[in-house]
Design a binder for this molecule. Structure first.
Ligand code: SAM
Length: 268
């Protein structure tokens, strides 16, 4: 009987790793399985493909060069939220953004877009080259594997707020966290939004930089139909606010509930 799936090591794989029920891992993955995790033939791992399908694989050959195994069972990843959240994170210092990526992935965010706002401290975190993006994507992958996600959140390059706010608000429900909001809570906003249930719900969340949104950005957001929401009477650091807002939204929509967990552990 497969070990409880939450206890098995999980790896995201390219689509060519599994061929007719046989999985083959080479390169870094093979080395990680054989030398770092020291897994042995007969043990099981979970391989998650790009479509979010989880394959329980029993290892048959394990070496640092090549690891093979046979697919025992396949199922959609149950730990993946139905709600696809895009977090538009006001630009912060790099190490803080890495924290947002890791925690946002654990909570269940689908996409993270660093956003340059009027009060962003442009000097920090701005020069994002491919190497930096690659590091962010690696952090997202590791956090997705650790938290049992069915997909790795997408990390987008830095954009300007003016370039994304209108499109986000026109495309779907959009919340903007503003400590100046005195009336609307996250629950109020989601109740307003939840009028039309749809198959693949999306939600855009905007978090300001350390200096907060400028007044003209708040006005623009409201004009474009984004809903400003309060996160309560305490001022959260920008890197705290994003994961908290995402968790509040997922909780309100029933995704962070025990019933979801029992699915994940159902293997055992
Ligand atoms: N004006 C803030 C201050 O006095 O320190 C600076 C902005 S706050 C550190 C960073 C961002 O987190 C804000 O732009 C907002 O998006 C979000 N935020 C923090 N606390 C919040 C709250 N209580 N309600 C709504 N948004 C909040």
């Amino acid at each position: 009987v497969a070990e409880r799936s939450s206890a098995l090591h999980r790896f995201f794989i390219a689509d060519d790793v599994i061929d007719r029920g046989v999985a083959s891992l080479v390169g870094d993955r093979a080395h990680q399985v054989a030398r770092v995790l020291r897994l042995r033939a007969g043990e099981q791992v979970i391989l998650v493909d790009a479509g979010g399908l989880e394959h329980v694989v029993e290892l048959s050959e394990v070496s640092a060069r090549l690891v093979t195994g046979n697919v025992q069972s396949t199922r959609p990843s149950i730990a993946e939220p139905r709600l696809a959240i895009t977090l538009y994170q006001g630009l912060v210092a790099r190490e803080k953004l890495e924290w947002v990526i890791q925690k946002g992935t654990e909570v269940g965010i689908a996409r993270i877009v660093p956003v340059r706002c009027a009060r962003s401290n442009v000097a920090r975190g701005e020069s994002v080259d491919d190497r930096r993006l690659e590091r962010w994507r690696r952090i997202a992958t590791e956090a997705a594997e650790q938290s049992g996600r069915g997909r790795v959140p997408e990390i987008r390059p830095v954009v300007a707020l003016a370039d994304v706010l209108a499109d986000a608000a026109a495309t779907g429900p959009t919340l903007l966290a503003w400590e100046g909001e005195r009336a609307r809570s996250v629950r109020d906003a989601l109740r307003l939004i939840q009028t039309t249930p749809c198959v693949a719900p999306t939600l855009a969340l905007f978090i300001g930089p350390e200096g907060g949104f400028a007044p003209e950005e708040i006005t623009l957001a409201a004009t474009l139909g984004a809903l400003t929401v309060s996160l309560g009477p305490r001022i959260l650091r920008t890197e705290t606010a994003g994961p908290v807002l995402a968790a509040l939204a997922l909780y309100e929509l029933g995704d962070m509930a025990p019933g979801r967990m029992s699915d994940v552990g159902a293997e055992g």
